[in-house]
Design a protein around this ligand. Structure first.
Ligand code: SF4
Length: 280
């Protein structure tokens, strides 16, 4: 059996940076809190919890010992007013918003200053989009997944960093076709990590007889890789742990491809590779 592993696997740059910092801080400080999950992956959360890292999920319910603790802001970023509030409550804030995400926030703000209305292709409930809206003028931005007509003098279309490139192009083309404007600017703000993984997903899905996509079930970028693979190869499966492979007869497949989301820890990937190499 041949195994083909995507060249980009495991954590992306932004997640790795935040994860390493969380571990480093947990060694140095008495109490470290992360606002929200660092990534949508239970294994990652368990490792961090075992190292003494804590989590809180609502700005309205801060930990009692906040004033004696360090608060980490995860890679997705948060609204400016929330950051200011946390700064006033915690001993220290460590902002680990991914620099690529921060660049998108700054770009949107800059374009608003130049008179553009921002249309962001993304999921309104996604942490990155909540962060984006909270770092710009909320009256001059709309986040949406399905195109709709706009009527503004200047429109600038951007995208959540983890969206699909072809879908973004279709979305932008539809806004261009049905909206009224004098100027339209389309800026592709998809992260390079996401693009590389998506392109490879297509190659691997075509090459493989069976494709395993490893990552949390709530991880949107892992789910997207699964959707890309499934369209090209019916024999695609999204798993978040090796247990899900144990009842599948893999012996009939001679070529198995492996893809992973940007929040998938190396441990989960190695377990799957080991399982395949051992011959199930
Ligand atoms: S996917 Fe890209 S933008 Fe998002 S955290 Fe990772 S490196 Fe940063």
């Amino acid at each position: 059996m041949e195994i083909r592993l995507a060249s980009k696997i495991g954590f992306c740059y932004g997640v790795e940076r935040a994860y390493n910092k969380a571990l480093e801080l947990s060694n140095k400080h008495e109490k470290v809190y992360i606002y929200g999950d660092l990534v949508h992956n239970n294994d990652v959360k368990s490792v961090l919890t075992s190292k003494g890292v804590n989590f809180f999920y609502s700005i309205d319910h801060l930990p009692d010992d906040a004033h004696n603790s360090v608060c980490m802001i995860r890679a997705h970023g948060i609204p400016k007013k929330d950051k200011n509030y946390l700064q006033s409550k915690f001993k220290e804030i460590i902002d680990l918003t991914c620099p690529i995400v921060e660049k998108v926030f700054n770009y949107a703000y800059e374009m608003q200053q130049k008179g553009y209305f921002i249309v962001a292709y993304g999921k309104e409930e996604h942490a990155e989009m909540i962060g984006l809206k909270g770092n710009v003028d909320e009256k001059k931005i709309k986040v949406l997944k399905e195109p709709e007509p706009f009527n503004h003098n200047k429109i600038c279309i951007i995208t959540q960093t983890t969206m699909d490139y072809n879908n973004f192009k279709n979305f932008s083309a539809n806004i261009a076709k049905f909206s009224m404007y004098n100027e339209l600017l389309i800026k592709d703000t998809i992260c390079y990590e996401t693009k590389i993984r998506e392109n490879e997903a297509k190659d691997i899905a075509i090459w493989s007889e069976f494709v395993i996509i490893i990552g949390g079930k709530h991880s949107s970028n892992t789910r997207k890789l699964y959707e890309i693979s499934k369209k090209l190869n019916e024999n695609s499966i999204h798993i978040d742990s090796i247990k899900e492979l144990k009842n599948i007869d893999l012996s009939k497949f001679k070529k198995i491809g492996i893809l992973t989301g940007t929040s998938t820890p190396n441990k989960s990937i190695n377990e799957v590779i080991e399982f395949l190499r051992r011959g199930f």
